[in-house]
Design a protein around this ligand. Structure first.
Ligand code: SAH
Length: 348
């Protein structure tokens, strides 16, 4: 029976209004139910106390709410928390809470697995099973907000789409989730505190720019040399760096927010002066900053963290050209919660 009921969180507020009108109810019920679903995160119709029992039952006959649940919570020695989040169909994704002095960040997934083939990323070794729905994305945020309050006495402050999956290849649901997270009739969080991270799909970056969402954009660049990037991120053969750059220039012109490049430096892969020079040239063409992220090993002998000297060369090269560069320390490595390590290890 459950399988035949429609997931009510697939309906927009306008859809709900239409539904209530057809069953002879006042259309303001739509707003009430919508708020229960998206602002108050109700998991069952009986939670909706300003709706009559009769109407709640009627809703329950036609619709279902399909909340996700935390299957396993792991806490790292540095305070990072990783959730294995079980979806209604048994699939599992992972999401991570990263606490610091000044903020707590939720790192959330947008797909079960990933269809891209970045050779250094554990998630790429899982096939893409399916896209998450907007509700499944928002549920991860709600769970991490609750955990942040429970464990760290403060609400979630930032959200990064840096978990499993490529958010721009689940475009519609990701955009809908961002709306639910930011709109006042949803969670009401500031879009400025959201960062969408993409491997770099130029057409979709342009489309995202046109949405006028006021979110931040990060691009996993890892090399500004076509021949190197094509090897470490084979899908990028379809998306030349010139196209990527053009899409980012469009992003900047449209949104006036600068892009962040995520960049890992590996020994013997991209640790030479010509790699630094290529990155500097690329960054000069677009207002941007660079986050150098630590490599988290996925046990592939081709990849190892570059030497401190190579990192120095990058930092000096960028800074001497007035490009802002941060070096990011990994968090949650002991529980495989760090970037690129999300691979459902505990469930396979
Ligand atoms: N598909 C999106 C979001 C998920 S990956 C993207 O590519 O941006 C989130 C970040 O983790 C990306 O910057 C990615 O390049 C990085 N990453 C992947 N594997 C990693 C690893 N083994 N160590 C460190 N970072 C990794």
């Amino acid at each position: 029976m459950n399988g035949t009921k429609k997931d009510i969180r697939k309906l927009s507020q306008a859809d709900l209004e239409a539904y209530f009108t057809t069953i002879g109810e006042k259309s303001f019920r739509a707003k009430q139910v919508y708020e229960w679903l998206w602002k108050k995160n109700a998991h069952q119709f009986d939670d909706m106390t300003n709706i009559s029992k009769n109407l709640r039952e009627q809703l329950g006959e036609f619709f279902q709410i399909q909340p996700v649940e935390v299957d396993l919570l792991q806490k790292s020695s540095d305070g990072t928390i990783k959730n294995a989040v079980k979806l209604h169909d048994g699939n599992v994704v992972e999401s991570v809470l990263i606490p610091t002095e000044s903020r707590t960040t939720a790192c959330i997934s947008s797909q079960v697995g990933c269809s891209l083939d970045c050779t250094f990323c554990a998630t790429a070794q899982l096939k893409r099973m399916r896209n998450l729905t907007a509700a499944e994305i928002v549920d991860q945020v709600v769970i991490i907000d609750e955990e942040s309050k429970r464990f760290y006495n403060k609400p979630l402050s930032n959200i990064v789409f840096m978990g499993m999956g490529e958010p721009l290849l689940n475009y519609n649901e990701v955009i809908m989730a961002i709306h639910k997270i930011t709109l006042p009739e949803g969670l009401g969080m500031s879009p400025r505190r959201i960062t969408l991270s993409t491997s770099g799909i130029p057409k979709m970056i342009e489309k995202l720019a046109d949405e006028n969402l006021r979110i931040n954009l990060a691009v996993s660049l890892h090399s500004a040399r076509e021949e190197v990037r094509n090897v470490i991120m084979p899908f990028s053969k379809k998306f030349p760096l010139t196209d990527l750059l053009e899409s980012l220039q469009y992003w900047y012109e449209t949104t006036k927010t600068r892009v962040t490049f995520e960049y890992i430096v590996w020994g013997g892969v991209n640790d030479k002066k010509e790699d630094v020079d290529a990155l500097v040239r690329f960054c000069k063409k677009i207002p941007s900053k660079v986050n150098i992220i630590e490599y988290n090993s996925i046990d592939d002998p081709k990849y190892k963290q570059a030497s401190p000297e190579a990192l120095e060369m990058y930092i000096n090269g960028l800074e001497s050209n007035n490009i802002v560069v941060n070096v990011r320390r990994s968090r949650g490595k002991d529980i495989d919660a760090a970037c690129g390590q999300l691979a459902n290890k505990t469930t396979s």
